[in-house]
Design a protein around this ligand. Structure first.
Ligand SMILES: Cc1cc2nc3c(=O)[nH]c(=O)nc-3n(C[C@H](O)[C@H](O)[C@H](O)COP(=O)(O)O)c2cc1C
Length: 193
């Protein structure tokens, strides 16, 4: 039996990013949960700010096509999302928007978002742990892009104190929630035909 393939996308490329650290931990937990994991950085898929005129002139950028193909090659996608002004950050939103514009051959629209399962987590120094970013991201993915998003999600508040020196979550409840989220993601990703 093949292992479910899960892609991990940190929504921040900041040095020392809390969402980068949460993504790295998720990668470790996914491997322990018997998933085949790919961990990417949006820094490797630089994209201009979406501009419909530019798209009409030059088409969808190659990096958007690469990112779409990377998503499409996986059964599950886990995104860790920073919160900016009670919403998702522009780096992540811009990548999602560009990928939503990719249409290869005769495939239906939004192919990268359909046929796989998404799972969301966030970390923030604030006391809400980025939950408002996940609500906005859920709307974008589910309502905007037609994705199936797990109802469970994990938000890590006061992220500057949340990780120990090994990169694990110091709070046992939070660590358990992440493990549970990942187990569910792997279970559902394993059912993708
Ligand atoms: C423009 C801007 C707006 C922000 N707004 C929020 C916010 O609404 N809620 C919050 O919890 N943190 C907010 N923050 C703080 C971010 O959560 C913090 O910078 C965090 O470290 C970003 O995630 P990262 O560590 O993964 O890069 C904001 C930061 C910036 C730069």
């Amino acid at each position: 039996m093949r292992l479910p393939k899960v892609l991990v996308i940190p929504g921040s490329i900041r040095a020392g990013s809390y969402n980068g650290r949460l993504a790295a931990l998720a990668v470790k937990e996914l491997a322990l949960a018997d998933a085949e994991v790919t961990h990417i950085s949006l820094a490797d898929y630089p994209l201009p700010i979406y501009d419909a005129d530019e798209e009409a002139r030059s088409g969808v950028p190659r990096n958007a096509v690469r990112l779409k193909q990377m998503m499409a090659a996986h059964d599950g996608v886990l995104i860790t999302s920073p919160e900016y002004n009670a919403s998702l950050a522009p780096l992540l939103k811009n990548a999602i928007d560009w990928v939503s514009r990719v249409r290869e051959k005769d495939e239906p629209a939004l192919a990268a978002y359909r046929g796989r399962v998404f799972s969301l987590a966030s970390a923030s120094p604030g006391r809400f742990g980025g939950v408002r970013s996940l609500l906005a991201l859920r709307q974008v993915l589910e309502v905007g892009c037609g994705a199936l998003v797990l109802p469970e999600q994990v938000c890590i508040p006061q992220a500057e104190h949340a990780f120990d020196e090994k990169g694990n979550l110091s709070n046992a409840d939070a660590a358990g929630e992440l493990r549970q989220l990942i187990r569910r993601l792997v279970e559902l990703a394993g059912q993708i035909p």
